[in-house]
Design a protein around this ligand. Structure first.
Ligand code: PSV
Ligand code: MN
Length: 407
């Protein structure tokens, strides 16, 4: 899209949606920020192509931060990087280290970045018989300690935000005592919370299956909500797009959490089969989710403290990592712009008169049919950012540099 096409496009949108609405959408896109995960840039997971690394993928945390800094320069929307303590602050992959976190904090600062949310990492080694829900006290204690350390790092060196994903669960009926498994989780989470500063926010993530195939200790938003409530005021639910059964109405979950006044967060990604962790695509589901966030006033709010925590949780297998994360940011900005164009009063009018199809058409005029590329492009131009970060990256020399250096 050229600058001229952008101008023409804005005129057309103003004609259809009104100048103030289009301006509000541009401002919202300008304000939107999202964290990128450190793990997108380097080696991750295993599976069928376990050894494959796309050319130029980062090998160290310093290289991951180099890549994150490029993404921030191109988008201006991602100055914080989400970290995992056993991937990013550990010498041996078994224990987290405050000293290692300090070094990463320095490296991030040198690149104009911040450490964002921190995951205590309950999965890599040692949790094959579960972590905080395990029956063995020594296992519980190890992970309580790790949670408390992660919280100290989050408070001193990061954004005072902990994101908890626990891989706990079971593969066969009868393998574990389901009730005790939940009670262990609840009690051990509380033990950790009691040793953590009140101003560290804790988001509890849920996931319907994997690695547990028969049961997962925190399988759904309701379980995460109960645990967050139990932990107290500064806790919420973390919604990851890949963690539901197919067909789940995620926007309704979001609406409910907002209605309950819970300050929550998002792990954005796209999935087709299960927890694919693909790059975010600008699809209708994502736009409908953004509509709930926009109408609930928890995104792009002028008061940043009202906004939920937004993070990308993706880890591409085959594709270029930097293309993938830039694509995600681009998609999120387009979905936000569409959501901003929904005419909320007109929609309320149709709802009040029970005009079902007219309400649906009013909603879809923005969510499905609006071409919002000029809004996103204008937001970037007004911030002196590249009009299309992906093309800008492709035209630059960074990819060649990392492919040459990182062999
Ligand atoms: C688990 O599938 C998850 O969504 C959690 O958020 C982890 O932190 C992340 O993926 C990376 O493993
Ligand atoms: Mn996640």
């Amino acid at each position: 899209m050229t600058e001229e096409q952008t101008k023409q496009g804005i005129k057309a949108l103003e004609l259809e949606f009104g100048e103030p609405t289009v301006r509000a959408a541009i401002e919202a896109v300008k304000r939107f920020t999202v964290e990128v995960p450190s793990w997108i840039f380097g080696r991750f997971g295993g599976g069928r192509f376990g050894e494959y690394m796309p050319p130029g993928a980062a090998r160290t945390i310093a290289e991951k931060l180099d890549d994150a800094a490029v993404v921030q320069r191109l988008t201006g929307a991602t100055d914080s990087v989400a970290m995992h303590i056993l991937w990013d602050f550990s010498e041996d992959g078994r224990l987290g280290s405050y000293q290692a976190a300090r070094r990463v904090h320095e490296l991030a600062g040198e690149r104009g970045l911040k450490i964002g949310s921190i995951s205590p990492t309950y999965f890599l080694s040692g949790s094959y018989r579960n972590s905080l829900s395990a029956d063995e006290k020594s296992t519980n204690d190890r992970y309580i300690e790790q949670t408390v350390l992660a919280a100290r790092i989050a408070k001193d060196l990061g954004g005072s935000l902990l994101t908890l994903w626990l891989p706990d669960g079971s593969a066969y009926p009868g393998q574990i005592q389901l009730r005790r498994n939940y009670e262990n989780m609840k009690n051990n989470l509380l033990k950790a919370r009691e040793q953590i500063d009140d101003d560290v926010r804790i988001l509890v993530e849920y996931k319907v299956f994997e690695p547990g195939t028969y049961s997962t200790t925190i399988p759904d938003w309701g379980s995460a909500y109960l645990l967050a409530k139990f932990l107290g005021k500064n806790a919420g639910v973390l919604v990851d797009l890949g963690h539901h059964f197919h067909g789940a109405n995620i926007e309704q979950i979001v609406a409910r959490l907002i209605a309950e006044n819970m300050h929550c967060g998002f792990h954005f990604n796209t999935r087709y089969a299960a927890d694919d962790d693909h790059a975010v695509e600008p699809n209708p589901e994502m736009s409908r989710i953004f509509y709930e966030l926009v109408s609930g006033r928890v995104v792009a709010n002028e008061k940043p403290e009202n906004n939920w925590a937004y993070m990308i949780d993706q880890c591409s297998g085959r594709e270029n990592r930097i293309h993938a994360v830039l694509h995600s940011i681009d998609s999120l900005q387009h979905c936000l712009a569409r959501a901003m164009l929904v005419h909320q009063e007109e929609l309320a009018g149709h709802q009040a008169k029970d005009e079902i199809i007219l309400a649906n058409r009013c909603f879809n005029r923005a969510i499905m049919h609006a071409d919002v590329r000029p809004i996103v492009a204008t937001a970037r131009l007004e911030r002196l950012l590249p009009i299309d970060p992906v093309s800008e990256y492709v035209a630059g020399k960074y990819q060649l540099k990392i492919e040459t250096e990182r062999r």
